[in-house]
Design a protein around this ligand. Structure first.
Ligand code: TRP
Length: 328
């Protein structure tokens, strides 16, 4: 008998627009897997927004924009599911038993949480900062996901999820499979300042930027005085980040892209990158504009996704309560 299609779950915090780093790092791959027949679920983890800030600003706009970006990138709502944390109460119901399976010391040792605390703009660290990885385990386990495509920073959360699944099964009988992280093969994408492209660093090129905005962002990018363009990420991060972007958009080797520009200097490099990005993103941006014109459709996609996620979560919650013996 053929085994069921693997189920994949991943998500993006609704804190700002998705950018080229997301696209080449994960969006591209998610859509490829979906088109190969994998069942794809995307969580928009709105409750995670209030881990490192007090208020989730522009939450509705950011959430709808994520759905627009997913659709424009090829997410197919007839096959795949998108939902928000706050629309699925069963996730919170799973949080409590899961919390009983981990120690305070384990929560405090999580390196990603430690890093987020170090960079937090808040004066006090909340209980949610320490416990959101347990809630994230509920995101992953409620649908019994097999694979979780994530970046390196999420690996501790995946380990915790596996620990929770294992301990639950040991204590109450087998309910959960242990999901695996699926690490992206694409190298880290550098932003316009030569450091990791990131929503919060102001160095990213949003998928939804106009061609002119894209040109302006690339014009301001950090380069250096050497007119000869080379690809050497360690010693020339600014120039190499730009070369890498053009190479990804043109599906070429970065050394070949650099060699072609030769002694043209930063101005020629920036012209090449702007042209490459705008050409590559043109079809996605055209689809994006259509979805933005019809937000009622976008909202409907999310409503349907929330309904589907709730149905799956209710079944799992019942299994959990039964396994635990009479909780209702
Ligand atoms: N913690 C992830 C991030 O900060 C977002 C996230 C929430 C997630 N739930 C998830 C990722 C489940 C993968 C699977 O980007």
């Amino acid at each position: 008998m053929p085994s069921a299609a693997p189920r994949i779950l991943t998500g993006d915090r609704p804190t700002g627009p998705l950018h080229l780093g997301h696209y080449f790092g994960t969006l591209h791959n998610r859509v490829r897997l979906q088109n190969e027949g994998v069942e794809l679920l995307l969580v928009i983890p709105d409750y995670q927004v209030i881990t490192d800030r007090d208020v989730a600003e522009d939450l509705v706009t950011h959430t709808e924009n994520l759905v627009v970006d997913y659709l424009a990138a090829g997410f197919d709502p007839t096959r795949s599911t998108v939902f928000t944390h706050s629309a699925v109460p069963a996730l919170n119901q799973l949080l409590l038993p899961f919390l009983s399976l981990v120690s305070i010391a384990e929560l405090g040792r999580n390196p990603t949480v430690k890093d987020e605390i170090a960079h937090s703009r808040q004066s006090a660290v909340s209980g949610l900062m320490y416990t959101y990885p347990v809630h994230q385990a509920a995101d992953i386990l409620f649908c019994k996901a097999d694979l979780v495509p994530v970046g390196q920073d999420q690996v501790p959360h995946l380990e915790l999820t596996r620990t929770i699944a294992r301990r639950f099964n040991d204590r109450y009988g087998h309910v959960f499979p242990e999901p695996e992280a699926l690490l992206s093969a694409t190298p880290l994408l550098l932003g316009t300042d030569g450091t990791k492209m990131s929503k919060s660093r102001g160095n990213s090129i949003p998928l939804g930027a106009t061609p002119d905005e894209t040109a302006a962002l690339i014009r301001r990018a950090t380069t250096d005085a050497d007119r000869r363009i080379t690809y050497d990420p360690d010693s020339r991060p600014g120039v190499s980040g730009l070369v890498q972007l053009a190479a990804l958009c043109q599906d070429r080797d970065p050394h070949a892209v650099a060699a072609e520009i030769g002694d043209g200097g930063a101005a020629a490099l920036k012209r090449t990158v702007t042209e490459a990005v705008n050409t590559y993103l043109a079809p996605l941006r055209a689809r994006r504009a259509e979805y933005v014109r019809d937000l009622s459709y976008v909202r409907e996609v999310l409503r349907e996704g929330n309904k589907r996620a709730n149905a799956i979560a209710e079944v799992t919650l019942d299994e959990v309560r039964d396994a635990m013996g009479g909780f209702r």
